[in-house]
Ligand binder design. Structure first.
Ligand code: 26V
Length: 812
């Protein structure tokens, strides 16, 4: 199927007219977006169907990635690019006097996730398809995505994100594949004359799960995988029983809105409904699919892998047990062996307050049959391990503890594999968070360092850089990222360095224009662009960044004639709506921005920009323009981080603590090409263990630090209503939980080193080039290949018409 520009033009014109009964010249940008989206979807539909059919024909093992969150970003450009028709479409539209870029911007960015975990799931979907791996996503079609963030007087205000307002051109509602999910009521087991127990239900609330399928397009390999998102509706045969909106509400609310708090778990009944709804629909539809092909039940693990993305979908374990026993009539032991071999689990956080623990009473009432099964899993676990491991270990690893269901324990016990998302994180799981489990099941634990898709984050977000790399080393790196290392050979080549610097400057100019457009702030594109983009959380320490900005501001005021390296500090971050401290940090940074940006003494030396509504689309604009990426979490707290990888791949130098994947970034790029500062994880553990840290002492003895901290509450910063004092108190009087003051000096020191380097542009650019050229190991393609080989045992599946070879062995 080789589309020509002329064919595109003709087909597109007809398509537009068919859809809107207007000629294309009269169309609005939004109509063009819809028409073009449908055009691309039609174009890929054959591959979508053939990919599904070929997996069936080959009896291929398939992986199902269960995740409560996906953050795919806009899909028009990505799909056209992966299909290999982006340039043709662009050219065709130009001939029609239409702008592809404006049309692409009309797409709603589906914010169906909170942050790193959801974006990782989408990078993985892209890699699965691009590696020709039979991989499916399973999640929820939230009617409202993560709230849209606005600032009012510098305060975060949350507005509903109605992303489905205009139609979603990518999804296909699949009425053929609906399932029923049961909640509540009474359940009992009744022996029948066929020799097994039958599960009987009464008074259940029945919810219809309707799947919406979205194509996940592989990179130029004719493969299109499926992302299945479920929506809750009233079962057709029960419609007559529902009369008022009040009666409908308990059903429609299940998939109405994404929970916006990813750092503080609250045992909300509705959240538990969401989790079981997604998991039950997902497992039912998998088993139904394989029933059609008469797979012997004991062979299920040879045909299916279910991956549990954090504990949120861990009910897949008892749900699979339920179906195997109650519907397939297997014994407990048969069902348990299959379940364990089928399921695997990734942990994404060590924050204790984010770990899921459901009240037993709630679970029993909402999911009586599932609770019975969990109770039995727990009983057998305890019975078996008590004599082998004794009281302490057994009770600490039990699933049921103090009136709650510990979901991480359920996930570990029911899976054959447990992985962390960076080396340090996995070590911490084994030595601390899950250490008793590591003693019981050492063979289950493994590391899978996260990755990103270069296709979205480099090829599409940074086309000029991509063209330069193509020109210097050829295009092979796009299929085989390891080739990128060849680019290192250009580190001494002056012409290449000039080109890299010029591309960065162009990207910065574009971002500067955008900043002026949306924030009304003028920034100098030649200033150092210093970027921190991620959820707002105390452990990520945006307030450490803020203290450094204040420090710079005060220094410039004290020495107005001193030359400084001009900087633009750029932030993007949403705070959970109920997270008061995080919201106070946002307000303080916004107020610092008002102070700094409007002070005539400061001029270009310092600017602060806090974008509203950070998300995938904004990240695509910011990342290619970054000189420094801030990765300044307290060591041991950030499981991996992935913006660190995106920024590095676009030539930003990393300002980092030795945390998460920063450590591996340092190892690959070399310690001369990264700014490392702060406590190590061991030092943090020690300080916590011996309780010797006294933040107040630092306040009292370090004059430079005291000046900065005092500025939080002495009126220096305009417009605050106690937010500065609240942060001051947390740092000085409540002993600074995240060691911000402890790391301050070493942070300022690292920032000064960055200034000194930026004053030598060629040297800076050389390191920038080395970062770009060292980023290949963080390709999600390698990460996915390792999951596929080590955990899921699924193969790359070639039909011969892809025109590509299997990916080389992943890097060590
Ligand atoms: C927790 C909860 C608690 C209950 C309500 C909703 C909700 C939603 C999400 C979460 C877990 C968030 C964990 C997370 O996003 N972890 C991040 O995962 C990234 C991908 O592995 C990793 O790069 C980040 O370091 C890690 O913070």
């Amino acid at each position: 199927m080789n589309l020509t520009v002329q064919e595109f033009i003709e087909e597109y014109k007809t398509q537009f007219q068919t859809m809107f009964a207007y000629s294309y010249e009269e169309g609005t940008t939004e109509q063009h977006y819809t028409a073009l989206g449908i055009f691309i979807k039609n174009y890929l539909s054959r591959h979508w169907k053939e990919t599904r059919e070929s997996y069936i024909k080959e009896g291929a093992k398939q992986v199902y990635y269960f995740s409560m969150e996906f953050l795919p970003g806009r899909q028009l450009r990505n799909n056209a690019y992966n299909l290999g028709i982006l340039d043709i479409i662009k050219e065709g539209l130009t001939e029609l006097d239409l702008s592809f870029d404006s049309i692409a911007e009309a797409e709603a960015d589906p914010a169906l996730g909170n942050g790193g975990l959801g974006r990782l799931a989408s990078c993985f979907m892209d890699s699965l398809a691009s590696l020709s791996i039979p991989g499916n996503g399973n999640g929820i079609r939230y009617q409202y995505g993560l709230f849209r963030q606005k600032f009012v007087d510098g305060y975060q205000v949350e507005v509903p994100e109605n992303w489905l307002r205009n139609r979603n051109v990518w999804e296909t509602r699949n009425n053929k594949s609906t399932c029923l999910v049961r909640f509540g009521g009474n359940v009992w087991l009744e022996p029948n004359d066929k020799g097994y127990y039958e599960a009987k239900y009464e008074n259940t609330l029945n919810v219809l799960a309707v799947p919406y399928d979205t194509p996940m397009v592989g990179y130029r390999n004719n493969k299109v995988n499926n992302l299945r998102l479920w929506s809750a509706e009233i079962p057709v045969e029960e419609e007559a029983n529902y009369h008022t909106l009040d009666e409908i509400q308990p059903i429609s609310e299940i998939t109405q809105v994404l929970y916006p708090d990813d750092s503080n778990y609250e045992g909300q009944l509705l959240r538990l409904k969401q989790e079981y709804f997604m998991v039950s629909a997902g497992v039912q539809s998998i088993i139904r699919h394989f029933r059609k092909y008469n797979v012997p039940r004991k062979n299920i693990p040879d045909k299916i892998a279910i991956h549990i993305n954090d504990t949120h979908p861990a009910l897949a374990i008892p749900e699979l047990m339920r179906i195997l026993m109650d519907e397939e009539h297997l014994t407990w032991d048969q069902a348990w062996e299959i379940t364990q071999k089928t399921c695997s689990y990734t942990n994404h956080t060590i924050l204790r307050e984010a770990l899921e623990k459901w009240p037993i009473d709630m679970m029993k009432e909402l999911l009586p049959r599932i609770y019975m099964i969990i109770e039995e899993i727990n009983r057998r676990f305890v019975d078996y391990h008590l004599p082998l491991y004794g009281e302490r270990i057994t009770w600490q690893t039990a699933i049921l503890q103090n009136g709650v269901v510990n979901m991480a324990h359920l996930a570990v016990i029911g899976s054959h594999s447990v992985n962390g998302v960076a080396k340090l994180h996995t070590d911490i799981l084994m030595s601390d968070v899950l250490k008793d489990f590591f003693e019981i099941y050492p063979e289950r634990f493994n590391n899978k360092t996260n990755g990103i898709t270069q296709r979205r984050w480099v090829h599409l977000a940074n086309p000029e850089l991509t063209a330069l790399i193509d020109e210097k080393i050829g295009e092979e790196w796009k299929r085989n990222p390891a080739e990128l290392k060849v680019f290192k050979g250009f580190e001494q080549d002056e012409e290449t360095l000039k080109q890299v610097a010029e591309i960065k400057l162009n990207n910065k100019k574009r971002l500067a224009d955008y900043i002026e457009e949306v924030k009304g702030i003028q920034v100098n594109p030649r200033a150092l662009f210093d970027v921190q983009i991620k959820r707002l959380h105390a452990y990520k320490r945006q307030h450490l960044n803020a203290l450094h900005i204040l420090h710079r501001y005060l220094e410039i005021k004290r020495n107005p004639d001193k030359e400084v390296v001009p900087r633009v500090f750029i932030f993007g971050a949403k705070a959970a709506p109920s997270y008061v401290y995080a919201k106070q940090i946002i307000k303080v940074i916004n107020s610092i921005a008002d102070l700094v940006n409007n002070d005539p003494d400061i001029g270009d030396k310092l600017k602060v920009v806090f974008f509203e509504n950070y998300g995938v689309s904004l990240a695509e604009k910011i990342i290619p323009a970054a000189d420094i990426g801030e990765q300044i979490s307290l060591a041991s707290m950030e499981a991996s981080g992935t913006s660190n990888m995106k920024l590095m791949a676009n030539g930003a130098l990393t300002m980092a603590t030795l945390d998460g994947a920063n450590i591996e970034i340092k190892d690959f790029v070399g310690e001369d090409n990264i700014f490392i500062f702060g406590l190590t994880d061991k030092e943090v553990y020690e300080l916590k263990a011996n309780q010797s840290y006294q933040s107040k002492e630092l306040y009292e003895t370090n004059e430079q630090l005291r000046r900065v901290l005092d500025a939080l509450k002495d009126g220096t910063i305009p417009g605050l209503n106690g937010e500065g004092s609240a942060i001051f108190d947390s740092l000085v009087h409540y002993n600074d939980e995240y060691f911000v003051l402890k790391d301050f000096e070493s942070y300022v020191d690292a920032q000064n080193r960055a200034d000194a380097l930026y004053a030598k542009p060629m040297e800076w650019t050389r390191k920038s080039l080395l970062n770009i050229a060292s980023s290949a190991p963080f390709s999600a393609d390698y990460t996915i290949k390792r999951y596929a080989d080590d955990i899921w045992k699924v193969k790359q599946y070639f039909t011969g018409d892809e025109g590509v070879q299997p990916l080389d062995e992943p890097l060590a």
